[in-house]
Write a protein that binds this ligand. Structure first.
Ligand code: AMP
Length: 409
């Protein structure tokens, strides 16, 4: 079904066309009519499925035009990067209307956010801490909210924000529409959903545990002390546009970035110890292609959308199987093709097995041809020899149409 049959307003349809979207993704097909109808919604969809547009488009359509008075839509996001990204999406889709969106998050001054609120805005996208600051100082009231959107609620739970989220829900008018997005819905989250939502429609796109089907996965077993050399060798042998490298720790991320820079790669770093300006600079630089690689920790990278990430390399095996799904969600977004490599030393084998159990499939073990492996013991013998990609990609043409070869070797 094309977008124009979904009942979106004309100005928002212009925004959709300008964004280059041709057909709705499955979550958009199912969520847009429900949201337009005014129903509450609880949705679990894997990351990269077009979740943001599934709520932003119908909500903007319903708002129509800018109205003076307080904000009518509140979107809560777990991280600053997600808040900024989602607000940008709202602004982009609304650019043919006069609707106004404002982002509120920490790490930057209050001045601009305060003046945007004073000037009047229709949509507030916020992280919970800064939102509470504005509520406490009296600069923002939630009594005009008509639609409340809680995004990535499972992440908010992980990050310890759930009590603040409850407070925000209680401050919104009882008569409102509430949209609830969470990759997984464990009992604690179900409890919040039951008090925040009224008779919600439920949408589940794919199993909450599934990984993006447009991504090819591979484990590269390697001795711990050879991990960095293997990373360099993989980068040298692989035809990629932009690579996100995941580290378990902030210090690890800094160390990997320094070593990659010493090997003449241009590298951005994203983790929670960096200032907000440094985080913005890293993300913008990576998105624009100024940096070919970005080294990140899980918390900083969760949910961020960088169109054109051709590869995710797990320098460290993630501790939580769920984080594997989220890391891999950075590539192959909206059905582009992406590859995901995981470097695994023998001591990580049990973590890898946990991931395989979690995602319900085995990940092939590969060896990079031409790389001089030190003996590994059991882990090595299970790996098959392969060249670079594991032979999946016959030519560069797989990713060229979407990513446009901005950085290629
Ligand atoms: P999200 O899951 O909202 O983070 O979206 C993932 C990516 O898919 C973003 O880059 C969106 O711009 C893109 N996207 C969302 N919906 C569509 C669509 N219908 N057609 C093409 N790209 C889309």
């Amino acid at each position: 079904m094309p977008f124009n049959k979904l009942g979106l307003s004309d100005s928002i349809m212009q925004g959709v066309t300008a964004a280059g979207y041709k057909e709705p993704t499955p979550i958009q097909l199912r969520a847009i009519p429900v949201v337009l109808e005014g129903k509450d919604l609880i949705a679990s969809a894997q990351t990269g499925t077009g979740k943001t547009a599934s709520f932003a488009l119908p909500v903007l359509s319903k708002l129509g035009a800018h109205k003076p008075g307080g904000p009518r839509v509140l979107v809560l996001e777990p991280t600053r990067e997600l808040a900024a990204q989602v607000e940008t999406a709202f602004r982009d889709f609304a650019r043919f209307s006069n609707l106004r969106a404002t982002v509120l998050h920490g790490g930057v001054g209050y001045g601009r956010q305060r003046s945007e609120l004073r000037a009047g805005t229709d949509i507030v996208v916020a992280t919970v801490g800064r939102l509470m600051d504005f509520i406490k100082e009296g600069g923002l009231k939630l009594n005009t909210i008509e639609v409340l959107i809680l995004d990535e609620v499972d992440r908010m739970l992980d990050m310890g924000f759930i009590n603040d989220v409850k407070t925000v829900v209680q401050r919104c008018p009882a008569k409102r529409q509430t949209l609830f997005f969470s990759a997984t819905v464990p009992p604690e989250i179900a409890k919040i959903a039951s008090f925040a939502l009224k008779d919600p429609a439920r949408i589940e796109i794919g199993a909450a545990r599934s990984v993006n089907t447009s991504v090819t996965h591979a484990i590269y077993p390697v001795a711990n002390e050879q991990k960095f050399d293997l990373l360099l060798a993989l980068l040298a042998k692989t035809d990629f546009e932009s690579v996100l490298v995941f580290s378990r720790t902030k210090h690890g991320a800094d160390r990997i970035a320094t070593r990659l820079r010493n090997a003449n790669h241009s590298v951005a770093v994203l983790h929670a110890n960096r200032s907000q300006n440094q985080r913005i600079e890293a993300l913008e630089g990576f998105k624009s292609g100024r940096y070919e690689l970005m080294v990140a920790t899980d918390i900083a990278a969760r949910g961020i959308d960088v169109a054109g990430v051709s590869h995710v390399i797990n320098y460290d095996v993630p501790e939580n199987p769920e984080d594997y799904v989220h890391r891999i969600g950075r590539t192959g977004r909206a059905m582009a093709v992406g590859d995901a490599f995981t470097l695994s030393s023998p001591e990580n084998e049990s973590d890898v097995r946990d991931i395989e159990r979690f995602i319900g499939r085995q990940i092939p073990r590969l060896q990079l041809e031409g790389f001089e492996y030190k003996p590994l013991g059991a882990a090595k013998s299970s790996a098959k020899a392969h060249q670079g990609y594991g032979g999946r990609r016959p030519s560069k043409s797989h990713s060229a149409p979407k990513f446009g070869g901005r950085w290629r070797r």
